[in-house]
Design a protein around this ligand. Structure first.
Ligand code: IMP
Length: 422
């Protein structure tokens, strides 16, 4: 059997790279789109002729009629948010999407965001306040509630009760926790998820079968390499594996089955939340990038921190993920600059640094060394062919490709799906 393609689309920076758009471009021909990490902290925006749709839990590929959406075991799912998103998607598509949810995926329950606030992580790390960290902690502590537990109401009630009682003992001052009732919560959960209970299944088997049959399957990463729990700028990271290994642990598909690994990067850099960001621009350049690029969070609406493209960080992301190619998004945003800068290496304490440092404290002290390239001073959103792009744009794209030794197979020149150069 010749496999058509199993394609991973992964964020190469700190999230918000435009993965939703890249997935949407590919999903037209896909049989299946799979999410394998994160939860409602993610926000994938898809813009097409009909308007804008913002995904948080459901894979963006599921916008298409024939594309099955899979929520893999590595996700943490807020059942209330999922129900809302499903309803919105049905309205948008004017038909029921075919969605499957892993039995092993964990649930975010109302006590998780409360604990996140009480512990102060929300402010210290600048999280999305969706309860992601506490839900993944329960998973690792082996006390989490999994989708499979919905099939055994008594077990579900007991597990919620044990978790809630533990939290009530720790957080005596929290009225919100003290008044939460495990039995009522379990009942609400069962009622809420009853309509989609039959969609809860062994998704690892389902996805592997599709890949083995040779169907086009897309793996849709959430967040980006530098927010990875292991390889990101810890502790200013999310709580899941955002890099390629996440597909193995979060969807049950070994990375050896992947044919293409697309790293998605903006033509500049953004970050939301706290943590080191060597190429951040605090002045007018940062403001202009934010304004022109509309850099405000899909999930929280927070203004994103903005700066120039960082090739040191991208080289690191490429190595960890084994990118086979890059998709370069939002290059049109740079049209308004006379000159554009790209960080090509770092210096630490006046000495050149060979690699992206694994410690956030070291990264904090790194000074980026820039290459300055000519800007192009014209709107490029109408271009559809690479050859016709102004030479300064082509030079910018070629410079990145050469530095990273990777082909750039997609260039996006505007938010809409049609505003892309393949
Ligand atoms: P959490 O995932 O809500 O725990 O947040 C941890 C860190 O990851 C914070 O800095 C968030 O701003 C960041 N983060 C989480 N999800 C996304 C995303 O989809 N895009 C960009 N940043 C994110």
């Amino acid at each position: 059997m010749i496999r058509l393609s199993a394609i991973a689309v992964l964020g190469a920076q700190w999230g918000d790279e435009g993965k939703g758009k890249v997935v949407h471009l590919l999903a037209r021909d896909a049989a299946m789109a799979v999410r394998f990490n994160g939860g409602t902290n993610a926000g994938h925006t898809v813009v097409d002729a009909e308007g804008t749709f913002k995904f948080h839990l459901i894979p963006a590929g599921a916008l298409y009629e024939d594309c099955i959406g899979v929520l893999g075991n590595g996700m943490v799912i807020d059942p209330w948010a999922l129900t809302q998103e499903l309803k919105a998607l049905v309205r948008w598509r004017e038909s029921e999407p075919e969605i499957f949810i892993s039995r092993e995926a964990h649930l975010i329950l109302p006590y998780h965001p409360i604990v996140e606030e009480l512990e102060g992580a929300a402010d210290q790390i600048g999280t999305t306040r969706k309860g992601i960290g506490p839900a993944y902690r329960d998973k690792m502590a082996r006390t989490g509630i999994r989708c499979a537990d919905l099939f055994d109401p008594e077990l579900l009630r007991g597990k919620i009760e044990t978790n809630l009682n533990r939290l009530k003992r720790v957080w005596k001052e929290s009225q919100a926790l003290q008044t939460m009732d495990a039995v009522a919560l379990a009942a609400e959960l069962l009622e809420l998820l009853e309509p989609i209970r039959e969609r809860i299944t062994d998704t690892a088997a389902l996805v592997n079968r599709a890949v083995d049959r040779g169907e086009l399957v897309l793996f849709e990463g959430a967040q980006g390499a530098l927010l990875d729990i292991d390889f990101g700028t810890y502790p200013y990271v999310t709580s899941s594996t955002t890099t390629i290994g996440g597909i193995g642990v979060g969807a049950g598909v070994p990375p050896t089955k992947l044919d293409r690994v697309i790293g998605v990067t903006k033509a500049y850099t953004t970050r939301v939340g706290t943590g080191p960001f060597p190429t951040e621009e605090h002045g007018r350049v940062g403001e202009r990038l934010r304004e022109i690029g509309n850099e405000f969070g899909t999930t929280t609406g927070r203004p994103r921190r903005c700066g120039w493209l960082d090739l040191v960080a991208l080289r690191y992301a490429a190595r960890i993920n084994g990118f086979t190619e890059l998709a370069l998004t939002k290059i049109d945003v740079l049209s308004n600059f006379d000159r554009v800068r790209v960080a090509i290496r770092y210096e630490l304490d006046g000495k050149p640094l060979g690699d992206f440092p694994s410690s956030s404290w070291e990264l904090e002290r790194c000074v980026p060394i820039y290459e300055t390239l000519d800007g192009w001073g014209e709107d490029i959103s109408r271009y559809r062919s690479r050859d016709k792009l102004p030479s300064a744009v082509r030079h910018y794209v070629d410079f990145i490709a050469e530095q990273l030794e990777l082909p750039i197979t997609t260039i996006s020149v505007g938010p809409a799906v049609m505003e892309s150069i393949g």
